[in-house]
Structure formats: structure tokens, C-alpha cells
Design a protein around this ligand. Structure first.
Ligand code: NAD
Ligand code: TYD
Length: 334
């Protein structure tokens, strides 16, 4: 089995690669552009594994992608994306290029060369925002609220069109917010942990009452493995762990874990169009594929706080920008 994982140098992709190589004897190609969010240090443990190959390239680059598909790819798992809502509000162009055009290029190559499965990693954000009641099911209307989620929705529709038109065996997964080791410290949980360790202010948007449904990245990887092997083509699977938390409560919990004062909390201007609440109904995945999340949120968060305490070099290099210098030298010839 030869797997093409895109965006494998990012947070979820790198966790997925480590997970798959620990479990199976697959050949695995990681295609990653190494944007600001891509960090090969996330894969230090497996970088010399003979089953693993890294290719520095862009999913929207047709020539690069087609060359890879000549190597008999069996399964594509497309994680590559621009992934931060706030950045999409500042500059949506790269979100359309990578998340939509990049997905199209991959779908087109997969159609031409043939694959057994094409897993499109989507997000619960395509469903938009919930009020205080209710859950997103796979049948909920698509109603994205940010340029990021709109670009992911467009990619989902395109992927499903390739299933309908060309019978490409596409499966879409829509997961809730992930947390865990190697998450780039611009997202809520790692930003708050690392700022708190450094006694810097913790910027909470608006009143801090927005709700997200949190899933440990390892539970996400287990779900993706199941979907990849047993999921039905043409289907969407929601992935979520029923762990709804208000942002402010997460921030308080992190401060408590670290023994830091709540005076570090700073309420800042709200994100424009800030989705109020996400909550996933993952019944389909649980019933069809027997998936169950294993992490209790409080335990997972505690472990994650410990991970950031024990891996300060990893995130300090990111926060200082030092990790970019290494790649700029390494790939300067391209
Ligand atoms: P991330 O930002 O940590 O990583 C994205 C990776 O994609 C990086 O390694 C980056 O270098 C790479 N990349 C970006 N543009 C590329 C391009 N044009 N070509 C090749 N590589 C490119 O993101 P993440 O949090 O790991 O998210 C991975 C996927 O999961 C995304 O598709 C995201 O929409 C989805 N998702 C994320 C979450 C979450 O909570 N993080 C939740 C649900 C779904
Ligand atoms: P984020 O991690 O960006 O994920 P998403 O917006 O895709 O769900 O943000 C999670 C929540 O935390 C969201 O409601 C916005 C909020 N937030 C803050 O309050 N402060 C911050 O500095 C960040 C990055 C996010």
C-alpha cells in the first residue's frame, strides 16, 4: 500500500504519519509546501524510516502532483490547507489557491491515474455556526461563515462532484477542533499555553463565550484510519468527541494547570463574523465503523500542557521565527 499524505508537516498530518507508520507497513509519501505552518521537526522521529519519503512541493502545482502519481498511489489523504480563520480574514487569496485549486489538482491527478481511496480532510466549520442548541449531522446544510470555511466547503463540493461525475472513490471527513502535541502556537490552545508559560497576555476574543467541540488529535487519527480502510466512497463522516467547552473555560483551565494567574487573561476585539458554537454529532461514524474517542478532555488537555512544557525548544523556535531560516537555506535552490 502506498499512501500520499499532503500537508504532513503540519499539526494533524504529522500526527497521522507517525500513527500510521507505528501501525502499518505502508509506503508513505508526504507532499508539503512547508508554508509557515509546516515544520519538518514534527517528523524528526521518523525522518529516516525507509518507508517514508518527503517531497517539498505545492498541491496546486500540477506538474509536481502528476509526477508523484506516476508512482502508483493507492490512497490520498489530503490534509494540506491554509487553516487559520484569522489569516483568511486578512488575506483569502491563498486559501482559495491551496484549499480549492490545490484540492482540484489532486482530484484530477487521482482521477487520471486511479486510486483506491481519496480522503478529503474537511472541517465542521463548513456547517457554519450553531446557537446554544443542536448538533451538526452529515445532513446539516453547508453554511460557512469565514473565507477559510468557505474555501473548505468549495473543496468538499468539488470532491463530491468527482465522486458523482467520475466515480472517484472520495470520502469526506468533517472533524471538530483538534488539540494535542505539535499544534502550531497560533491556534487557541497552544497559543494560550505558550503565552502563559512566558507570562504573556492571553488574548481572548470578545466575551470568551464562544463554544468549540474539542477532539484529541490521536482520536482523530484513529477515526481517519478506520474511514480510510472501511468507509464507504461518496460518504461524509463527521468526527467529534462531544467535548463542548467555552473558550474562557479552556483558558482558565490552562492557567490553573500551569499555576499562573487569571490576570494574564486579556479580552480583545472580537473576530469578525465569529462563529458562536460548533458541536458535532458523530453517530454515523460510531455506528458504521465502531469508532469511539478515548481521551477525556481534561486528561488530554493536561497531557498537552505537559507536552508544551517539555518541548519548549520546539515552540520557541517557531515563535522566534528561527525554524524558517533552516528551510530557507535547505530549499534555497528551488
Ligand atoms: P496546519 O496548518 O497545522 O498544517 C497544514 C499543512 O499543510 C502545513 O504543513 C503546510 O505547510 C501544508 N500546506 C499548506 N499549503 C500547502 C500547499 N499548497 N501544498 C502543500 N502543502 C501545503 O493544519 P492542521 O491543523 O494540521 O489541519 C490539517 C487539515 O485538517 C486541514 O485541511 C484543516 O482544514 C483540517 N482540520 C483541522 C482542524 C484543527 O482543529 N486543526 C479541525 C478540522 C479539520
Ligand atoms: P481557533 O483555534 O482559531 O480555531 P477555530 O476558530 O477554527 O475554531 O480558535 C478557537 C476559538 O478560540 C475561536 O472561538 C476563536 C478563539 N480564539 C481566541 O479567543 N483567541 C485567540 O487568540 C485565538 C487564536 C482564538
Amino acid at each position: 500500500m502506498r499512501l500520499l499524505v499532503t500537508g504532513g508537516a503540519g499539526f494533524i498530518g504529522s500526527n497521522f504519519i507517525r500513527y500510521m507508520l507505528s501501525k502499518y507497513d505502508y509506503q508513505l509519501i508526504n507532499l508539503d509546501k512547508l508554508t509557515y505552518a509546516g515544520n519538518l521537526e514534527n517528523l524528526d522521529e521518523i525522518k529516516d524510516d525507509p518507508r517514508y519519503t518527503f517531497i517539498h512541493g505545492d498541491i496546486a502545482d500540477e506538474k509536481c502532483v502528476q509526477e508523484i502519481f506516476t508512482q502508483d498511489i493507492d490512497v490520498v489523504v489530503n490534509f494540506a490547507a491554509e487553516s487559520l480563520v484569522d489569516r483568511s480574514i486578512e488575506d483569502s487569496g491563498v486559501f482559495i489557491r491551496t484549499n480549492v485549486e490545490g484540492t482540484r489538482v489532486l482530484l484530477e491527478a487521482a482521477r487520471r491515474y486511479g486510486v483506491e481511496r481519496f480522503i478529503q480532510i474537511s472541517t465542521d466549520e463548513v456547517y457554519g455556526s450553531l446557537e446554544t442548541e443542536g448538533y451538526f449531522t452529515e445532513e446539516s446544510p453547508l453554511d460557512p461563515g469565514s473565507p477559510y470555511s468557505a474555501s473548505k466547503t468549495a473543496a468538499d463540493l468539488l470532491a463530491m462532484a468527482y465522486f458523482k461525475t467520475y466515480n472517484l472513490p472520495v470520502i469526506i471527513t468533517r472533524c471538530s477542533n483538534n488539540y494535542g502535541p505539535y499544534q502550531f502556537p497560533e491556534k487557541l490552545i497552544p497559543l494560550m499555553i505558550t503565552n502563559a508559560i512566558e507570562d504573556k497576555p492571553l488574548p481572548v476574543y470578545g466575551d470568551g463565550l464562544n463554544v468549540r467541540d474539542w477532539l484529541h488529535v490521536r482520536d482523530h487519527c484513529v477515526a481517519l484510519d478506520l474511514v480510510m480502510r472501511q468507509g464507504r466512497p461518496g460518504q461524509v463522516y463527521n468526527i467529534g468527541g462531544n467535548n463542548e467547552r467555552k473558550n474562557i473555560n479552556i483558558v482558565r483551565r490552562i492557567l490553573k494547570e500551569l499555576g499562573k494567574p487569571e490576570s494574564l487573561i486579556t479580552f480583545v476585539k472580537d473576530r469578525p463574523g465569529h462563529d458562536l458554537r460548533y458541536a458535532i454529532d458523530a453517530t454515523k461514524l460510531k455506528k458504521e465503523l465502531n469508532w469511539l474517542p478515548t481521551y477525556a478532555f481534561e486528561k488530554g488537555l493536561q497531557e498537552t500542557v505537559n507536552w508544551y512544557c517539555n518541548n519548549q525548544k520546539w515552540w520557541q523556535k517557531i515563535k522566534s521565527g528561527e525554524y524558517r531560516k533552516y528551510y530557507e537555506q535547505m530549499y534555497a535552490h528551488r
